[in-house]
Design a protein around this ligand. Structure first.
Ligand code: ATP
Ligand code: MG
Length: 249
């Protein structure tokens, strides 16, 4: 087993809550309402992971499985500019974009297959000296939710999802990479009776995700991030801001 790497979030409180950062060889789930910042965090991690170790990165490249077509190159450029200013370095947004490999997933079966393609690509990139240190699935459940409707489909969905989650875990182990997935919370009607903060995906996602982070909106650009589930860290909360320059304290 290789030594676990830690990827900085770029925010001190958030890093501290995570025991240093987002871990490799683990699945980190970001869940929360629309607009809570899941996709923003995913973009920021895709930038941070490319930095050298002195700056909290893993010197790695990134693969994004994009199911909702929400990847925005311009947003990456803004965040790279933000880091250039933060560290007083000249960072080239084009270079960062070249190390982010985005694949659109058109349905849940395609999404599962893309993990195999990601494995092939990561093997190639490893030989080229650009190891993949981050795999993002944004969003994990959107296709599954849309395709498997009605009670009779649940067992089938959970079986597919289980296969997918284990494919992701395997990827993280194989490449010593962080795996970050986004997930939405249950729709409102459920919230009246149950826990409104429950993510979608049931036991399968719950048991396979190593770290679960619940994001919620606060005043202005502030977001509260709660570490809900972790094998080795206490529960906690961190406040961050989502700004044009990226995530900040
Ligand atoms: P969904 O469930 O719909 O996918 P999400 O949790 O992925 O939602 P994000 O897209 O990450 O939500 O967050 C959108 C929010 O991020 C915007 O409402 C805004 O507050 C902030 N944001 C997005 N782009 C910028 C930017 N360029 N500068 C500052 N803030 C931004
Ligand atoms: Mg999103």
């Amino acid at each position: 087993r290789k030594m676990v790497g830690k990827l900085t979030t770029g925010c001190m409180e958030f890093d501290e809550m995570m025991g240093g950062g987002i871990e490799t060889q683990a699945i980190t789930e970001l869940y929360g309402e629309f607009g809570s910042g899941k996709t923003q965090l995913a973009h920021q991690f895709a930038v941070n992971v490319q930095m050298d170790r002195e700056h909290g990165g893993l010197n790695g490249s990134v693969i994004i499985i994009d199911t909702e077509n929400t990847f925005r190159p311009e947003r990456i450029a803004q965040m790279v500019k933000g880091l250039s200013e933060k560290y007083g370095m000249e960072l080239d947004p084009e270079e960062f974009l070249q190390n982010i490999h985005v694949a659109r997933a058109y349905n849940s079966n395609h999404q599962i297959l893309l993990v195999d393609s990601a494995t092939d690509l990561a093997n190639e990139l490893r030989e080229m000296g650009k190891p993949v240190r981050l795999l993002i699935v944004d969003s994990l459940m959107a296709h599954f939710r849309a395709e498997y409707v009605g009670r009779g489909t649940l067992a089938d969905r959970q079986q597919k999802l289980n296969k997918h989650m284990h494919g992701l875990l395997r990827f993280g182990d194989l490449f010593n990479a962080c795996v970050v997935v986004t997930n939405q919370v249950m729709a409102k009607p459920d919230a009246f009776f149950g826990d409104p903060t429950r993510p979608v995906g049931g036991h399968v996602v719950g048991h396979t995700a190593t770290f679960r982070l619940y994001l919620r909106k606060s005043k202005g650009d502030k977001r509260i991030i709660r570490l809900v589930d972790s094998p080795n860290l206490p529960e906690g909360e961190a406040v961050i801001a989502v700004t044009t320059a990226g995530l900040t304290d």
